[in-house]
Design a binder for this molecule. Structure first.
Ligand code: MN
Length: 297
């Protein structure tokens, strides 16, 4: 069964002790299995405190981040590559120490709009760094999810098939494709087909909707998305990601263009997302049984 989670930014934009304790307690109270902790500002994370709060609430965790221009492992710049590798290693160590099972996001390039296309050499550098850090992650039982995002947030992985190709080049059993329905809605020809074709390489999934607000209140065919996840036998985490100017601050609001206030009440948004996800998964699983329930006598 899929573990269901929520991104920390649904609750809080920072990770002070108070913010961490509140986000974890509210995630657990709502009934999620895990919280996705944002590692964009790793210095603000008190690892021991976070682990203690997670244990107290009986909650699981995953860890997400994006590299920046100064730590871009795909750049033709040895210093950036070194900084990027160090950043990934630090993030893996922190993920291990808070007890996270997955580390995901834009781990293969900078998180932001590029002005030029990727190069074969840049992708090769990125693959080699990921291969090295994947071994470290594997020794702590951590899965790495390479998030496929839209063209304004990276120039390397914009479609699921590119994610599959990158994972095949890395060729490490704990490196998987991380798909996000918001980005897929921008870039894929057929979201359901892309999920099914990713198949066993799918290792992490972000739900949401076309405007990143309430699930089901946008224009994405979410029923089709969940049917595809069930058809692909996807058993990994499904995490709800939503951003509103109500919570998100800089630098994320600037990178993602979060200008609108899409919700006021984090608890209402999160409990709706959990209900909606459970209902969609149940409906998709029942739809799968149609053939066996329709046998002629
Ligand atoms: Mn995402």
């Amino acid at each position: 069964m899929n573990k269901l989670g929520v991104h920390a930014f649904v609750w809080e934009k920072g990770w002070s002790h108070d913010e961490c304790a509140r986000a974890i307690a509210r995630t657990a109270e709502t009934g999620f299995d895990l919280i996705e902790v944002s590692a964009l500002e790793p210095k603000t994370i008190d690892v021991a405190f976070t682990r203690q709060q997670l244990e107290r609430s009986g909650l699981g965790a995953t860890y997400s981040l994006g590299l920046d221009a100064a730590s871009d492992i795909s750049a033709d710049d040895r210093d950036k590559e070194k900084r990027g590798e160090a950043k990934l290693r630090d993030a893996i160590a922190m993920a291990r120490d808070i007890g996270a099972t997955h580390i995901c996001g834009i781990l293969y390039s900078a998180f932001g709009k590029y002005a030029v296309p990727p190069t074969a050499e840049g992708i090769k550098r990125s693959v080699e760094v990921i291969q090295r850090v994947a071994e470290t992650a594997a020794s702590s039982g951590i899965v790495i999810g390479l998030e496929v995002v839209n063209r304004y947030e990276t120039n390397i992985l914009n479609t699921a098939s590119q994610g599959v190709e990158m994972c095949r080049r890395v060729a490490a059993p704990n490196v998987k494709v991380h798909l996000d329905v918001y980005h897929m809605n921008i870039e894929e020809s057929d979201i359901g087909a892309a999920i099914i074709e990713t198949g066993d390489l799918l290792g992490y999934f972000h739900t949401g909707d076309s405007h990143r607000g309430y699930m089901g209140s946008g224009s994405i065919d979410l029923a089709g998305v969940f049917r595809a996840l069930v058809k692909a036998n996807y058993a990994g985490p499904i995490t709800f990601e939503s951003f509103s100017s109500r919570v998100v601050g800089q630098p994320l609001e600037g990178i993602l263009g979060i200008w609108r206030n899409l919700w006021e009440d984090s608890a209402d948004l999160a409990s709706h997302a959990l209900m909606y996800t459970k209902a969609q998964l149940k409906a998709a699983r029942e739809a799968q049984k149609q053939a066996e329930r329709s046998r002629l006598p």
